[in-house]
Design a protein around this ligand. Sequence first.
Ligand SMILES: Cc1cc2nc3c(=O)[nH]c(=O)nc-3n(C[C@H](O)[C@H](O)[C@H](O)COP(=O)(O)OP(=O)(O)OC[C@H]3O[C@@H](n4cnc5c(N)ncnc54)[C@H](O)[C@@H]3O)c2cc1C
Length: 503
Amino acid sequence: MKKVIIIGAGLGGLACGIQLQHAGFDVTIIEKNGHAGGKMMPVKIGDYSFDFGPNTITMPGVFKRVFSNVGESMEDYLELIRLDHHTKNVFRSGDSFIQSIDPHFVISQLAMLDPYGAKNYWGYLKEVNRLYGQAESGFFHRSFHSWLDYLSPGLTKAFFSVRPLETMAHFHKRFFSSPDILQVFNRYATYIGSSPYKSPATFSLIGHLEMNEGVFTVKGGNTKIADAFSQVFKKLGGTLHLNEEVSQIVIEKQRASGVQLKNGTKIKGETVIINGDFITATKQLIKEKDRPSFSTKKLDAYEPSISAFVILAGLKTFQKDIHHHHVFFPEDYRKEFQDIFTHQKLPDDPTIYISHSAYTDRGISKGSNLFILVNAPAVQMQSEEAVTHYKEAIYSRLEEQGIPIRSEIEAEKIYTPDSIAHLFHAYKGALYGVSSHKKKDAFLRPRNASKDTAGLFYVGGTTHPGGGSPMVTLSGLNVAKEIIDQHKKKDSDRTKSKKSTNS
Ligand SMILES: Cc1cc2nc3c(=O)[nH]c(=O)nc-3n(C[C@H](O)[C@H](O)[C@H](O)COP(=O)(O)OP(=O)(O)OC[C@H]3O[C@@H](n4cnc5c(N)ncnc54)[C@H](O)[C@@H]3O)c2cc1C
């Protein structure tokens, strides 16, 4: 059996491992942390349960394919619940707007908040649906190695039809005029770790996922997706090592031949797949002489995506007024991105996002389990005092909005860009690898097959097609297919050459 080693048990690594194990490969996944799922991480503090990482789940069909491709049924492992009114957005003006897949409900709110938006809403839904369709059929299921790939027949037209040259913020102005409502839709840029004022309008397709198809949650916690993936992987005979760290990829004659662990153990494999962060893993695990296409200088020049300042707060009394997804917007949204990307500092007046899964799934946790996230630059935090100061400022803002934090809080844990970098080996704590501000970085994400080393692949959110739980899962499916196809081709070439030698 051909041996495959996957470095990292994130969703991308697990999805890829499942497909390869099912196709007859002997797959070993090595994960440095004590849980499978990578950034999709369960956290328990006393009686409070939290999902760290993916709180907003879209594209359930992608997760379903991981199971159905190997003869399993997602429904046997997971119960997905669609949230009809999924996100409550609160503005400084005091107004609020609830996002929903019910267009009539959305239009009735827009009629009061943004009459221009109310008039255009059907057109918006149609256009984001079109963007999604073009991107899905043209780009999601294949890798791109150079701009030439976009010039292949059929793709050039598809490429220009996804509005790569327009910014997301500009695109949304075609449909909405209220600054409040524009913030709601521009926030989608943060789902790819970027600024709406710089990233391409292509990513407005996220609106299709949220406003046409719906936002989902998993009963018992979204981390159940990772649990289910690792169960299926092991059921198929795959080997999962937790609490083991890879320190080097062994490369001989420009071919990957295995890995070395931090404890000195060497494991051989004909194929090595990196699921860890592209920049960190390439720098740390591959000697510079073995990666001429990615010198350390070149890797250091990438602009990292957004990181996060996260507070997990357990409130003793259930807060029925905090929605499953609840967002408090700042006074000046553009300034938030200037603070993050230009001044590389924590925003003075940030957007505060809360995920409160107990709102939908009351049995999941004691009281209210608030996952509070503020966008942060991917840089080191200065000091413990700075962290406490920032946390207190967030609590004060929430209390001004009527959320009782200090009088209710019983459990608390804070994650900064530093701790995210440390926990997942994420480059400077970036959640999604490289930002999508430059056209090159948005459309030519690091390719899945290594340029320099045969038998070495990358899978996950920092490579193609991009970050976010469904995209990284897709990348797992794509990479597995690429490896399976390569092996099939090799086998058939070998059979042909044997036949021609015999005849
Ligand atoms: C705070 C936060 C909020 C998010 N919110 C959402 C959301 O709402 N919706 C959504 O869809 N997505 C969200 N995401 C993004 C989503 O979590 C990621 O895109 C996705 O989970 C990444 O999966 P991955 O396969 O790329 O691997 P990762 O989850 O990055 O896992 C890679 C694994 O590799 C391991 N590793 C690295 N180096 C080594 C080594 N040398 N040896 C062994 N193991 C190694 C790491 O420990 C890690 O477990 C969020 C992320 C964060 C952090």
